[in-house]
Design a protein around this ligand. Structure first.
Ligand code: SF4
Ligand code: ZN
Length: 311
């Protein structure tokens, strides 16, 4: 297997692109492709201030590294979920994110969920009916809201997350399985800014997990290899396994699935929710001040308040 660019020994073969590359050309390819996606999908420019959500994992640290190399104005955000059972997941992942930022002299904002909501994510999950069993749905709400709030409060133009092709394909697959049209209308690679909401972008959405892992490894980025302990047994993981089997048999399936969906969206099949069109008005939540379409408390505040009332 030789590099298609220079003929040296290739370190990776990407069957869906019919492309093999050596280390140097692979590292350059990831950076160039990211820049191409940023332009193609009009994500941001060199003038924008970008907050990169980092978890200490390969995708988010890889993304921050690439944006930094491309000369974008970036700062990091680590949201401490307080997932610290036996394996000290949050403590360890924060250490990776901190070391990464320090080595490049980049600024990392650390936001503590416990300070904001009085409880960590596993604690919130334990006290709320929705979270009993698995904390992922509570965790998703907390992440969405707190990342957005931090980006808006600190005056960033853009919030960048490191969702990769496997994430996007699994999310889409799950939404098709459940015919969750509402979620499909929200699945986008660029969510425009609106009152109280930062612009959200996913510059890595066309790279597979294997490609982002290879980038981090070959670039020498230290990252937390363990998954969050709560990821085990989730539907998302099942969908990823299924889609990988499909990819193995039919290289390029994942990319076709996601790009086909985006094309359909562009043709108007799954129009973005505009609150005006849907008759939903955004108003500030009396609990936390975040914009919400709910009357009264936003869904996260309701979730946190409910058990207090029941107690
Ligand atoms: Fe949160 Fe679940 Fe992801 Fe863990 S696996 S970080 S609990 S959403
Ligand atoms: Zn609220």
């Amino acid at each position: 297997m030789v590099c298609n660019t220079c003929g040296a020994r290739a370190v990776i073969r990407m069957r869906q692109h019919r492309l093999s590359l050596c280390q140097a050309h692979y590292l350059a390819w990831i950076v160039d492709q990211t820049q191409r996606f940023i332009k193609k999908y009009e994500m941001f420019s060199l003038e924008d201030r970008i907050l990169v959500a980092v978890s200490g994992g390969k995708d988010s640290l890889g993304l921050w590294d690439v944006l930094w190399r491309l000369g974008y104005q970036t700062e990091g955000l680590y949201l401490n979920l307080g997932i610290d059972g036996e394996d000290h997941y949050s403590v360890t992942s924060l250490a990776y994110a901190t070391d990464f930022a320090q080595a490049r002299q980049l600024k990392l904002h650390v936001v503590e969920v416990k300070q904001l909501h009085g409880q960590t994510v596993p604690e919130l999950a334990r006290i709320t009916p929705r979270g009993r069993g698995k904390p992922c749905s509570v965790c998703g709400m907390v992440k969405r809201q707190d990342m957005n709030r931090t980006a808006v409060e600190l005056g960033f133009d853009v919030l960048a997350t490191a969702h990769n092709l496997d994430d996007e394909a699994a999310f889409l697959y799950g939404n098709v399985m459940d015919w969750n049209i509402r979620q499909m209308r929200r699945q986008a690679v660029v969510l425009p800014e609106k009152k109280g909401f930062a612009r959200k972008v996913k510059p890595f959405f066309r790279f597979t997990e294997r490609e982002t892992a290879a980038y981090a490894l070959l670039r020498g980025i230290d990252y937390i290899e363990e998954e969050c302990p709560y990821a085990i047994g989730t539907k998302q993981i099942d969908y990823k396994i299924l889609l990988n089997q499909m990819e193995e048999a039919q290289p390029g399936s994942k990319l076709r699935f996601v790009l086909g969906f985006l094309q359909m969206r562009a043709e108007g099949y799954f129009p973005s929710e505009t609150y005006e069109e849907d008759g939903l008005l955004l108003r500030p939540c009396p609990g936390c001040g975040q914009q919400t379409s709910s009357e009264g408390l936003c869904s996260l505040c309701r979730l946190i308040e409910q058990p207090k009332k029941e107690a």
